[in-house]
Design a protein around this ligand. Sequence first.
Ligand code: GLU
Length: 410
Amino acid sequence: MNNPFENALTQLQRAASVMNLDSKIHEKLQSPKKVHTADITITMDNGSTKTFPAWRSQYNDALGPFKGGIRYHPGVTEDEVKALSFWMTMKCAVVGLPLGGGKGGVIVNPKELSETELEQLSRGYVRAFYQHLGPTKDVPAPDVYTNGQIMAWMLDEYEKLVGKHAPGMITGKPLSLGGSRGRDKATAQGGVFVLLETVKKMEMNPAETTVAIQGFGNAGAHMAELLSAAGFKIVATSDSKGAIVYDSGLDIVALTEYKEKTGSVINFNGAQTITNEELLTMAVDILVPAALENQITADNAGNIKAKMIVELANGPTTPEADEILFKNNIVVVPDILANAGGVTVSYFEQVQNASNYYWTDEEVMEKLKKIMIAGFEGVWSTKEKYTIDLRTAAFVTALERVSAAMKARG
Ligand code: GLU
């Protein structure tokens, strides 16, 4: 079994030894500051009651308020939420945001809940944790299987409890409630900016570059759309029901409509069905994991043929797999850099909420691009300085910032 929190600590250990991280700071960073737990009970539509275990992990807030999404998934565990909150700490730091790291999770399959049940669960989450949340304390956002509507219910519940408006207590809100333009596509857009920089470094030509994307949710589907518009050929993708391949390139606009209608990418016009494992080990130039943790492991890393992996998911590659990929000269653009576009636009959303003045799409994109490229360049130069892989370089870059803030606080 791959425990994501153990993987996160191994990544921390690798970076700490490269940079000689202060041992007291290293020790502090080996556990979250606080993990809040709750059992959320709701009344189901049939009159019965059901209880859902939930967490909010507040990892580190040296750089600013805890920040990170809430995941609804049947497989959520406490260690997963802790790992995700650690990665949020590193992610915010690597792109230089004045934010710490947190994460929430609920063990639930939201696809089995009605709209009313989902709303109750989301309001219940806020009732359980609201004393620990707030624009200057801890700021949630969407993650796997949560979305703008859920953020809207959570905001509404929070404002009722505290008796005032506080739009900056949560991000990823609908535009009508103070959401930011560009937030929906932000994770993918940020990934595209760093992917294009890496493609330049590797002297690849987009028009001759094939891509396989594991996952067709918010991050994966938007990535497919943006990359195919930029001239890349998307030959394979997948969702929780299976994977598809189409060698001459998938029509992403048609595929998106198809998924909206049928609920899955499976059996799309002319595409062949393959296994998830086949997708990961396909002969493509770029592989984009955009689903869950632990997809690239010691078992399959040796079979990966892509030249580059761009991690839109959090934690898709285990530390053992990282070693194999590095030996095989496969460039891994790590999650904490590649998917930082989402939280960057969340930060923009909070800035807009605080000033009550809203930006255009162009303003958001321009600012996002600057931050992502600066983040990429920082990580790339750290990699050159120490001759290390990009993941360790990203952690070193982030840890320099987090440890400076922790030291300054004394
Ligand atoms: N869930 C996203 C992530 O893992 C976004 C977090 C946020 O915007 O706070 O990066």
